[in-house]
Design a protein around this ligand. Structure first.
Ligand code: 13P
Ligand code: SF4
Length: 300
């Protein structure tokens, strides 16, 4: 492990590369990364870096977003098969058909979408800024893709909008039940319950707070609570524990995103050696998909 760590550090300098890792990555990948964060934070970091190569340790839509925001940089996803199944639940053709039925609606695309879907959207959002983004739109009707749980959460915060929700879900979050949370809370009654807005509405209702993954990191630092139940992908608990050694975090073992775990140190090293596999997108899609992402960045 020490040897591969050293090799990555050295090659990173030669390649003028930066390593970005999502909060759900394995402990060893989080430890090798220059920045660990949520989707919004990593997109912002990608636009600020002076590095010429971005090694993105996450899933495809995240690396694609980094490429859209940095078309001249080399963006590498160390395992090309690391994809978000929820992002695959909506395609451009079906979204276009829905848009035809609601010509006055604005389209808000969660960042967890393909570039082809982003290309049809008015603006993107992440779990950290979804409420702000929907509020910012002039249209009353909003088509929201693809996560219906996040959409329902936003709709509750922004009742003045009329949201048409796409029927997608993230299984990692949707499969967390109120019973899972209640069982853990019975064992740890002093624990604060923090959940991600991709969880189902009854789970969101049960929580003390609803946050993006970085929102949970910030809250855990400042909350007087000493124990927390974490209703999101379990990988976040490594970062939470590392940054708050005196506090205790209870994860849900079933909340696992297998795609997030496909990135390994060996694959990161190989990516730095070969500069493959790179994110490549058709120029036309790139030009169109960048616009809603940039609109979101301007709001952030
Ligand atoms: P965050 O932006 O909150 O990190 O969420 C990303 C994601 O994929 C949640 O499943
Ligand atoms: Fe996609 Fe869910 Fe995995 Fe996030 S946790 S990358 S939404 S499948």
């Amino acid at each position: 492990m020490e040897q591969i760590y050293q090799q990555i550090q050295e090659l990173k300098k030669t390649r003028r590369a930066v390593i970005l890792a999502h909060n759900y990555q394995t402990p060893e990948v989080q430890d090798i990364a220059d920045y660990v964060g949520d989707s919004l934070d990593l997109s912002l970091t990608a636009t600020k870096t002076k590095a010429t190569t971005i090694i993105f340790c996450g899933v495809d839509f995240m690396a694609e977003s980094a490429k859209l925001l940095n078309p001249k940089k080399t963006v590498i996803l160390p395992d090309a098969t690391a994809s978000c199944p929820m992002a695959a639940m909506v395609d451009g053709e079906s979204l276009s058909a829905l848009m035809d039925k609601h010509p006055d609606a604005d389209v808000v695309a969660y960042i967890n979408t393909t570039a082809a879907v982003k290309a049809l959207a008015d603006i993107c959002c992440t779990s950290a800024n979804g409420v702000q983004v929907v509020k910012s739109r002039a249209a009353k009707q909003i088509i929201f893709v693809p996560d219906r749980n996040l959409g329902a959460y936003i709709q509750k915060q922004v009742p003045e909008k009329d949201m048409i929700l796409w029927p997608g879900v993230c299984r990692t979050h949707h499969d967390i039940t109120t019973d899972d949370i209640k069982t853990l809370h019975k064992k740890h009654p002093a624990a604060e319950i923090l959940v991600h807005p991709e969880c189902r509405p009854d789970v969101v209702e049960l929580a003390h707070h609803v946050f993006s993954t970085n929102g949970m990191v910030k809250h855990a630092k400042t909350s007087p609570a000493q124990e927390f139940i974490i209703g999101t992908e379990q990988g976040l608990c490594y970062r939470l524990q590392k940054e708050n050694p005196g506090k205790t975090f209870y994860s849900l073992p079933k909340a696992l995103c297998e795609n997030m775990k496909k990135i390994t140190l060996e694959k990161v090293l190989k990516s730095l050696q070969t500069l493959e596999p790179q994110i490549e997108l058709p120029t036309r899609i790139m030009q169109k998909a960048r616009v809603p992402l940039q609109r979101m960045m301007e709001l952030s």
